[in-house]
Design a protein. Structure first.
Length: 266
């Protein structure tokens, strides 16, 4: 029985039309739509990722900083996990191009500060895990930059329960249904409030902070009234000084009228 042979030109044409396999970094394991780059000793995000990647696992590595545009173009990325790295800093442009991201896990890192600009590109983010970091407070703009946020995890952070935590407490109070593990949001400082639940505070707890806080209208009023008050005080002092000089002049003239010989001697 003979074998059917494909002509060489036809075979070459077929090979040219074979779709290329999706890119996969050497340090990762890839399946359609998913790249598992966890536990690989990585210090940065690999760039040779398929643009079709929808799930990216980067946990248990040694990434310390996410600089500007740390990720390649991943328009279809839905889930990103950076759990158990050594993240200390996330640049304000680190997450550009990840607008389709729906779940972000940054737990078990060394984050101390987050800025609202960092999360502005994540217009579709629904779940954010910031648990087990080193956050002492959180700017309200950070959470306000996530319009689709539905689930937030903040447990096991060293929260400082002073006036600086008031913006976070306000957000938590108005979004209780979005906060998971509420009972694990505990104060670390000051010492007398150690392990006190943040959600147990009431309005009266922050009354002093609210009274001392000034709105923009207050500052504008100070800038307007301040210069006028200064000028008015100068006029007042000049007027009072003139009155005193005039008063002493009258007394001297009256004294001279009564004792003209003494005034002539002077």
């Amino acid at each position: 029985m003979g074998f059917w042979r494909v002509p060489v030109p036809v075979l070459a044409l077929l090979l040219l039309h074979v779709p290329p396999s999706p890119a996969c970094p050497a340090a990762c394991r890839c399946t359609p739509g998913e790249a598992d780059c966890g536990e690989r000793g990585l210090r940065e995000v690999p760039w040779s990722l398929s643009t079709n990647t929808s799930t990216l696992w980067l946990g248990y590595n040694f990434i310390t900083v996410l600089g500007p545009r740390s990720f390649p173009p991943l328009p279809g990325l839905r889930l990103l996990s950076l759990v158990h790295n050594r993240l200390e800093l996330i640049h304000s442009q680190a997450l550009l191009g990840l607008g389709a991201l729906q779940e972000l896990d940054l737990s078990h890192n060394h984050l101390t500060v987050l800025t609202p600009e960092t999360f502005l590109p994540l217009t579709s983010l629904a779940t954010l895990n910031l648990g087990s970091n080193r956050l002492e407070e959180l700017e309200p703009g950070v959470l306000g930059a996530l319009p689709q946020l539905q689930a937030l995890l903040l447990q096991d952070n060293p929260w400082v329960c002073s006036c600086g935590i008031l913006p976070l407490w306000r957000w938590l109070s108005h979004n209780r249904e979005k906060v998971r593990e509420k009972s694990l949001l505990l104060c670390r400082a000051p010492e007398q409030l150690n392990k006190y639940p943040i959600m147990a505070f009431g309005d009266e707890s922050f009354r002093q902070c609210q009274e001392t806080s000034l709105s923009s209208q207050h500052y504008i009023a100070f800038f307007i009234i301040g210069p006028f008050s200064f000028i008015a005080s100068i006029f007042f002092c000049t007027f009072m000084g003139s009155l005193i000089v005039f008063y002493h002049s009258l007394r001297r003239e009256s004294h001279c009228w009564r004792r003209p010989r003494i005034c002539r001697v002077r």
